[in-house]
Ligand binder design. Sequence first.
Ligand code: SAM
Length: 338
Amino acid sequence: MNSPLPMTGVDWTALRNFAALHGQLRISLTPKCNEKCWFCHNEGDVPPPSTHLHRDARPREREMNADDILNVVAVLMDAGLKRVYFTGREPLLSPLARPVLTRLPEHGADATYTLITNGTLIRTHQDWLATTALDKVKVSLHYFSDESLKAIANTRIGIATILDGIEAARETFERVEINTLVQRENEHELHDILDFALTRRMPVQFIELVDTDFNAARKGSAVGAQAIINHLRTLTSDEETELSGVGQGRRIFRVDGIEIDVIHRELGRHHVGQCGTCPVKPQCVEGFWSLRVDHAGGIQPCLLRDDLRMDIRPLLTTPHRIPATVAQHVSAFTEGTL
Ligand SMILES: C[S@@+](CC[C@H](N)C(=O)[O-])C[C@H]1O[C@@H](n2cnc3c(N)ncnc32)[C@H](O)[C@@H]1O
């Protein structure tokens, strides 16, 4: 793992720019979940409604073990990526969760490890989660009642389990944040979710729907963030707009010192370079803000471009070669020559 990166003949510029603009490394540990959120893009794997409707639309099988994932994380962090997110559908359902998260390599002060979870299994796994080097846990809370939970996530799990999971996370980690996708099904509960978070001094990120083909039928559920922005403006005058970096622009509010972020489509999106001549650029909502690694050994720069998923399985026995290969892929993507 300590062998020098092969520097010759590799154009590192695009990967370094992506890292410098705070691009994320997202590791999807599993395409399985105990919820079936109607909007879930499953980090690029088969989304839940499709698995349900089409029996042959199976998510990818796991091809990487915990050591492979830890190696990929280590070499890509060495290559400059600093914001690492463990996600999936539900990462805590994956047999990889414990062996990966309890053995995360040490990182410098400028890096972070974040777990993104629906919160249902935090209490169950609290003991070993407490031993991990995770810096932050981000819990999805798109609902605040059993009714909206059922309407959004089509599950029999009750809201009490999720709220207790958030309490378990707060007992275990210093930084716990809430992530809420604004939609018609939770419009009436957004103030409750915000109050719940503010009372506990937890930051919240409100996000808007990223529409992909599979959730097009429920496009009417995408209500946009203007109403919650208007409400936040009644609570604070401390508002900034962040347009730099990668991904979508956001409005940052501070209420009693707690940061409330709103990803707002109106602010536009930010591409690394120009994303070259990407044919789906007109439909692209997010820009290129994350390198997505999946449990089947793929790395993909962008949710809308399955065709750009690179197979890194042949490199798993020589992980030091992964960064150069990824750098070349990202360069080709941003130059539009892929
Ligand atoms: C894909 S889930 C994975 C982790 C975990 N199961 C959870 O619920 O947090 C993580 C987050 O991705 C976001 N997400 C998924 N599909 C989305 C979409 N179509 N548009 C916007 N955000 C989406 C949601 O904010 C969701 O909470």
